[in-house]
Design a protein around this ligand. Structure first.
Ligand SMILES: [Zn+2]
Length: 375
């Protein structure tokens, strides 16, 4: 067996006998001198195997200099480390250590917690995916890494530890966050890597159906699977930037019924009495607070909430009906801010006026069942 593999300015010699390698190296050395190039023995490595085990005594040299063995100096090639164990366990340990240290580093940054989630999603996870892809990493290790990531994500988003992963990663849930699951990215990456298929989204959709099955099995956190009329809402990073941290937390926790209602507090062993403190009749669940507390109804709390929403709608519509709203001009830019008309390039915005149908006619009437509302 004698093989010479070359790629760009790298060469790999594979032989079955020590003498063959020495012979090949000396021939190559001559050729290098002839072509006025030089070897860099210090940047090269040798690895000798005898009966499947690393043999550390065999050394090679080129241009009069010794080539270090992989045992002496581990080497990184094409983003992957090679050492004398020829196993990946050390690199997997290094990766896990990176996860721990990076999470702590991000946690120590004097940033608002939503920015910490962003760093985790856009900086740490992409960095981790590479070692997870090239080394032999078991699924249980990746799941352990994901559990660590989830713990910090929940903490930074102000969510209780009991909130399931469905809430964080589901794409079918009524509240869709743009978070990436590292375990899922890992699986998708492996599939791409192994099969080099273009449509490897299959893995992701399989994960999504597993999540839906899990959600349906969850009696409390999976209630959204029964909200037939509710529209799905996607939370973008832009939405998150504009929200106060507490608001995002309340939004997610309310979707998955994880707000500290009396019933939940009793369930979590943080309170004894699940009874509603307002009516003192029924257990205080989220549904009870939002729509079925008799005392809250009698006190006009539901009417107040209804009126606030209606007020917001009617005020917005009325503002659009004012004569000055009719003259609001809208600036429309062509894609990229430029446009061609014939051979003429237009870089200024195309001005379009009177797009507001409420403003151009004066016979619109707004009627609202609100106290003190006049049309
Ligand atoms: Zn009540």
């Amino acid at each position: 067996m004698s093989q010479l593999k070359a790629y760009m300015d790298d060469t790999t010699i594979l032989t079955s006998k020590e003498a063959d390698t020495c012979k090949l190296l000396s021939i190559m050395d001559e050729m290098m001198v002839w072509s006025r190039m030089t070897f860099k023995p210090k940047k090269s490595r040798s690895l000798s195997l005898r009966k499947g085990k690393v043999h550390e005594d065999i050394c090679f040299s080129v241009s009069g200099q010794k080539i270090p063995t992989v045992s002496e100096e581990p080497i990184k090639s094409l983003g992957r480390w090679y050492d004398k164990t020829l196993k990946d366990s050390n690199q997997v340990k290094v990766t896990i250590k990176t996860v721990d240290e990076s999470l702590k580093t991000i946690g120590r940054c004097p940033l608002q917690s939503k920015y910490q989630v962003w760093c985790l999603q856009h900086m740490l996870i992409p960095i981790l995916l590479w070692p997870l892809l090239i080394y032999e990493v078991t699924m249980s290790t990746v799941e352990a890494i994901e559990a660590k990531i989830n713990r910090y994500t929940r903490k930074w988003l102000g969510l209780p530890p009991g909130l399931s992963n469905v809430a964080l990663y589901s794409k079918q849930s009524k509240l869709k966050l743009l978070l990436k699951s590292i375990a899922e990215e890992f699986k998708a990456g492996k599939v791409r890597f192994q099969m080099m298929l273009e449509n490897s989204n299959d893995t992701v959709s399989k994960e999504e159906s597993k999540r839906l099955v899990k959600a349906i099995q969850q009696s409390q956190q999976g209630q959204w699977t029964n909200w037939e009329e509710a529209m799905q809402r996607s939370i973008t990073w832009n939405d998150i930037w504009q929200m106060s941290p507490l608001r995002l937390s309340v939004l997610i926790r309310s979707t998955y019924d994880m707000l500290p209602s009396m019933t939940n507090l009793a369930k979590w062993k943080k309170g004894d009495d699940p009874t509603c403190p307002v009516c003192k009749e029924k257990p205080q669940t989220m549904e009870h607070v939002l729509s079925s507390c008799r005392m809250a109804l009698a006190n006009g709390r539901y009417t107040w909430r209804h009126n606030r929403v209606l007020e917001e709608l009617t005020t917005t519509i009325s503002n659009h009906m004012k004569p000055e709203a009719a003259n609001i001009s809208h600036k429309f830019f062509a894609e990229g801010g430029k446009m061609w008309i014939g051979s003429k390039r237009i870089t200024s915005p195309l001005l379009v006026q009177n797009q507001n149908i409420l403003g151009i006619n004066d016979d619109w009437i707004v009627a609202a069942d609100l106290p003190g509302w006049q049309t």
